[in-house]
Every structure is written in structure tokens, then in C-alpha cells.
Design a protein around this ligand. Sequence first.
Ligand code: GTP
Ligand code: SPV
Ligand code: MN
Length: 652
Amino acid sequence: MPEIIENFYSPIPKSVAHHYVKALSAPTLSNNIRGCSVVYGDMARLPLKVKTFIEESVVLCKPDKIHIVDGSEAENKLMLKALKEAGAIIPLPKYDNCWLARTNPADVARVESKTFICTENREEAICTPKAGVQGSLGNWISPKDYDDAIMKRFPGCMKGRTMFVVPFSMGPVGSPLSKIGVEITDSQYVVCSMKIMARMGAAVMDEILNKNVEFVKCLHSVGTPENGKIDVESWPCDPERVIILHKPALSEIVSYGSGYGGNSLLGKKCFALRIGSTIAQREGWLAEHMLILGVTCPNGTKKYIAAAFPSACGKTNLAMMTPTLPGYKIECVGDDIAWMKFDSHGQLRAINPENGFFGVAPGTSYETNPNAMATIVKDTLFTNVAMTSDGGVFWEGLEDTLDKDTKITDWLGNPWGLGVSKTPAAHPNSRFCSPAEHCPIIDPCWEDSEGVPISAILFGGRRPQGVPLVFESRNWEHGVFIGSAMRSETTAAAEFKGKMIMNDPFAMRPFFGYNFGNYLKHWLSMENRCTELGGNMPKIFHVNWFRKDQNGQFMWPGFGENSRVLDWISNRIDGVDCFEETPIGLIPSEGSLRIENLKSQINMKELFSIPKDFWLKEVADIQTYFDNQVGSDLPKEIQAQLNDLKTRVEKM
Ligand code: GTP
Ligand code: SPV
Ligand code: MN
């Protein structure tokens, strides 16, 4: 046993290996699968279906060794140690068990253009764009091309590496709303990240074994470039041949070439959203790119709100907000993904299927998000942030924390000087990966298996022009239309360069697992489902923290001040008559948005203005988008909503 550990985790000194051996799972008798030795883990715990999945993967990928992940602390320590010794992570002694990973600079974000949904017919997966127009609502791949793509990349891709088998649960283990996956990966970084982001390990394997539940098969390899040359030894990947494949019919995800975030932590966007949305459609619920927060008002009443903003548009910040309005309390249930289902009384309930935060680092500071700052000083794996000479982290937004003797190393490992260097210290999509339980304002109900009751759904994005701070939909159908017409400035979370306004319906453009037209029909159908059960639909709002003035400055201070908007929304949920009708929806009536004690003067008139020219163009742009991208898949109710909006705006 010590020999196995030593040679697997070489060059760990024998004495250290010995120290951990006691805590490890018992060795098995026939410790091999298809001739490949199992160097860690309990073969006896392997359900037949998992064993078959491992066998198939071994035959395809030809790893040297197999490690069945048990999720224990001892195992995690070994992994981190091995990563450190391989130079893949750097310790951050300023904090408690925190680490920094630097990626290959060619592997820094999700790759939407190489992400595919595989179905028999194209129409099941994506809308049919107008002739001559490039579709932007996902990519389809045929079953044959799917197989070819795998066969071009995977055979032998794990030679010389260890194959890790990670059983994981999205949602608390055993909860009726949870779903299980097994990720096979050749990246220890992925294993350590999955330990933070999902419930994983032996308890999940037992769940599969004892309840014989189905699981989503997730196969991941960081790959090796075709010429066999790995650019950055500490971060192997194959950027040229990255591909992220989903086959909903088989509940299967296959990802090659990238070790980064949503490309490699397959429980997150691939499972919880893309495969998740197809399961949700089938089973009658919603899998959404949404934060979930609890807001307690000064009178002690508490409501839960879900909000969909595109990547890097403020979900984590809103979910962890420190309200500036006295007497308010915000608590965080989740910051990225919500699974929502009506209960038997017709109340919409949400769970956060994740176990941690994979949050955008730049912009996070003691001023903007002190709760995130308190979360990330323990058990956190940072990626592509800058490092300080005292063993801490640095990124844009933390300038005030620096003293003049501190030296900075940028995300690429080069010396960096504040006010001197022309490039950012941290990559704009650099991230922290932290356990949710370390968040000081984690909601007491965040792991409740029945989920928390949702009273409102917010849509939003980065809209520098024309879109007011907040408006309410006239009804559910109008709200679904607002979601379908969402647009936002692009960010560094995906491969887009520069800032342009892009349509991002429901903040799900990169994450739909099936045809967007059918997704809209599914959303519209929720109203009947709810009323039949005797419930009330949540109200729908649109928010925009990012409107700019003529000088290009944000007109609204955002962050904790967004509590003022939540206050108004909360009053609207309670039915308070504090609104004014406009062509685009209901906005706060004069004086009903609390603006007392704001630190700076705000031009409220401008912030809530609805310029006719802008909205005429917006209506035309939405029409073009629907015609070009959605075509005959667009539900007639949504077209009718757009027609009505057009009529109202024209009458302005
Ligand atoms: P993903 O994890 O990619 O899905 O992103 P997210 O939606 O969780 O975005 P996040 O909260 O991490 O915010 C992204 C960036 O927007 C950060 O740099 C924040 O500082 C900035 N931001 C968030 N909220 C506000 C706000 O209210 N006003 C302004 N001006 N910026 C904000
Ligand atoms: C996003 O891009 O919306 C993220 C980061 O939350 S990733 O996990 O990379 O998708
Ligand atoms: Mn996200």
C-alpha cells in the first residue's frame, strides 16, 4: 500500500505518504480495471454502471492508473500536495489553505464556439436561423460528427496520466431535487475544484450503489496538442482542439482540451444548465443561470428572489450584497445556478445545486463585496489572479489594500507595478473557487432539500444606454418576453473580444440544452402549471445597474445600494401601489424608490428616462433578432408581446 501511494504521488517522501496511508480507503483485492491498476479507492463500492463507464473510458483514454475519488480531507491534502510539487499550484501563506493556479494563457475562459449539443435532429437542439445568418443560440452536432470528434481526440489521451473518477451530487446528497453525475478526468486541479463546487466522493458513490440511481456521464480530458508538445507543463491543455459535447438523450457530457471553469468542472454549466435544462423540460421544472438570495425587511418578513444576469454581470455581487438601507438583511442561497420547481401548493421553490462559488475576482473588494472577501481567505483555489510578495492575492479593485513595500507578480508570473504596468495584474476572468459554507451570510436554508420559496425573478444585464434602473413586467407573459429580449455587453467570461451589446436571453445564450423556442414555450407553460396547483406566480422584474451618463460614468452606485431596488421590489411583491405605468413596464412612482442618504447626487430623471428613439430602435433590433435567430420557433405569445410593446412605444 505505501508503495502504491508513493509511486502514484511521487515524489512524495515515504514518511509523508505513510502519514496519510492510515486515512485512506482500504486496498482492494483485484485492484485493476481492464488491466489498469486502481491505485486509490474502493473497488467494492463501485456500482456496476460506474464500473462500466470506467471500463469504457479506460479502453478509450488508456490512462496509466485509476484513482477513485472518495472526497476525504486526507485525499484532498494529497492532491494539493501533488499539485504543488508539480508546480501546478502555488501556496498562499497569507491565508488558510489557499492556492493559486496559473493556466496556460490560451486557456482562460469558456469557449462557446466549441460547445455543442448533439441530437438526432438539429431542430431539437437549436433554432433554425434565417438563411445566410450565423446562429447564435447554441451549436448543434450530429451523432456521427459527435463520435468522430471524440475519436479524433480521446484515444490514448490519458497515457502517462492518472484517471480520476469523481462521483458528485448537484444539490445535497439524497435530496429529492438533487441529481448525480460521475466525472472522469485526468486533471487533479479539476478534482480539487469539484470538491469545492459539488458534494462529491464516497457518499455519492454509495447513493448510486444503494438506490441504483441514474447518473450523468461526464468524461473530461485536458488533452495534449496533436504535435505531442505541451506548452505549459504545469497546465496541460490543447486549445486548438477544445470541444465540449453534450448528448442529452444519453445524459452524457464529453469535454476535451481545456482545464478551465465551465469547460472542465462539468457539474456546473454542462450538467446543471445544458443537460439540466433538458431534464427540467421533460420533468416540468426550470434549470436557470440564476443567483438565489433571501432578503429580510426591517419588519422581519423574509422573501427569496432569483436573478438571471449574464456571465460577469453581477450575480455573485447581488447574492452576497451588504445592504446600505438600514434594517435590511441579505442572505445568500446561491450565486450562479438555480433549479426551480413548483411544489404541491403551486409555490415555486429553488435549490442551489452547487456547493461553492466560482466567482469573478477583479472588482471584488472590501467596499464592493466584503462577504466574498471574508469567504475567500480559507480553503480557496484561485485561478489567474496576481500574487503579492507577502503570499496574498491581488487584482484590479484591490489597489487600496496594497502598501508600498508589497511586490506584485501578475497572473502570467511576471513582475507587475501599480501605475507602471500597462497590462492588468489579474486576468479579467480570473476566479476564486471557495466553499459556500464559508460565506458569512450563507442562508440558514441554503441546503434545505425542498428548496426556498421564490417570490420574484429578476432579469438584467449591462445596458450602458436607454434601459432604466428597474422596471416590472405587466404579467407573466410579458415577463417571459422581457427575458427573451435580454441584451448585455459582452464580458471576459467567454472568448469574445471587446465590448459589444449581444442578445443573451434569460442569461442562458451559452447554456441552452435544447431549442430556445421550446424553452420559451416551457416558460410560458409555467403559469398554467402554477394556477392549476392553486399557487401565485412570482413577479418578474428587469434591473440595470450599468447605465452610463454622457461622460461614460455609471449613473447608479450599485453593489450595496442595490438594496434600494430590492426594497421597492419587495414592496411590489407585497402589492404596494408604488408604481407608474410606462410603455416598457412599471417603474417606481415618484418618491417610492428610497434614495435618502445616497453618497452622491444621482440624476433620477435620467436614470429612469425611457427615450423614445432608443426604444424604437430596441424594438426593431429585437424583431430582427427574433426573425434572424428564432424564426418559426418563436411562440406567438412572444411575438404578440413585441407587437404590443412596439405599439406602446410608438404612442409615446
Ligand atoms: P459569472 O460568475 O461569470 O456568472 O458572473 P456574475 O454574474 O456572478 O458576476 P459578478 O457578481 O462576479 O460581477 C462581475 C463584475 O461586475 C465584477 O467585476 C463586479 O465588480 C461588477 N459588478 C457587480 N455588481 C455591480 C454593480 O452593482 N455595479 C457595478 N458598476 N459593477 C458591478
Ligand atoms: C460563467 O461564465 O457564467 C461562469 C464561469 O459562471 S464558468 O464556470 O466558467 O462558466
Ligand atoms: Mn455564471
